[in-house]
Design a protein around this ligand. Structure first.
Ligand code: TIU
Length: 223
């Protein structure tokens, strides 16, 4: 097993594992980032997420240059909604619900334009794209078995939103034994105070869920 490389992080150095660390890009879909999608239907200002795009693009370039694994996720459902529990669809008072027609097609439905990843972060050929019906990336996806088969032990988290799908996925990953890092400026929330709280909760108590660091520190430390 290749040795780990300590990189400066919160709350103490992160043991980076070259070649065994997948870059995870959570739900950078038009439905969350662009006007008229699912995120906007919940009443959110989607421009609050745009700051993560540049740092994620830089990390993708670094991973691709080294031939390291990348995982993209999309929160999405089957067209017949058979994988969307009524408890999820009926939640709250949105202007449009999951599966309703909007300007980018039916909200959060696989194959519709809104469920696509934004062009700036489009997956490259051969990169894994995981369609997930839940907030977390392991529920009903088979991803854990696939990562195990590839010898992935460490996961580097980016994407949106910090306290919903990114945090849920990182917690699921931690419970499955992955050594987890979240990149502070490569994740965003519609609520800055929730982003700050999520980063603090994940890294508190001696990295109870994992570590955090800015993308500049990660990029500078990559072998
Ligand atoms: N609403 C919200 O903040 N997030 C989600 O519904 N999904 C993800 O975080 N991807």
């Amino acid at each position: 097993m290749t040795p780990t490389l300590p990189l400066p992080a919160t709350p103490f150095p992160y043991p980076f594992a070259p070649g065994r660390s997948a870059l995870v890009v959570i739900d950078m879909q038009r439905d969350f980032v662009e006007p008229g999608g699912f995120g906007a239907s919940l009443g959110n200002d989607v421009t609050r997420l745009h700051g993560a795009i540049g740092p994620i693009a830089a990390l993708l370039a670094a991973w691709r240059a080294r031939g390291w694994p990348v995982v993209h996720t999309r929160e999405s459902h089957r067209p017949d909604l058979s994988d969307c529990p009524p408890a999820k669809r009926e939640r709250g008072e949105p202007s449009l619900r999951i599966g309703d027609p909007g300007p980018m097609g039916r909200l959060l439905i696989r194959g519709e334009p809104g469920a696509d990843i934004i062009p700036a972060l489009a997956p490259a050929p051969g990169e894994r794209v995981v369609d997930k019906p839940g907030k977390g990336m392991f529920w009903a996806t088979g991803l854990h078995e696939a990562l195990q088969a590839e010898g992935i032990t460490h996961l580097v988290f980016t994407g949106v939103t910090t306290e919903v799908c990114v945090q849920t996925s990182m917690r699921e990953a931690n419970d499955r034994g992955y050594v987890c890092l979240i990149v502070e400026d490569a994740t965003e929330s519609y609520f800055p105070e929730f982003k700050a709280a999520a980063l603090a909760m994940l890294t508190a108590q001696g990295a109870i869920v994992g570590w955090s660091m800015p993308s500049a520190a990660l990029l500078a430390g990559l072998p």
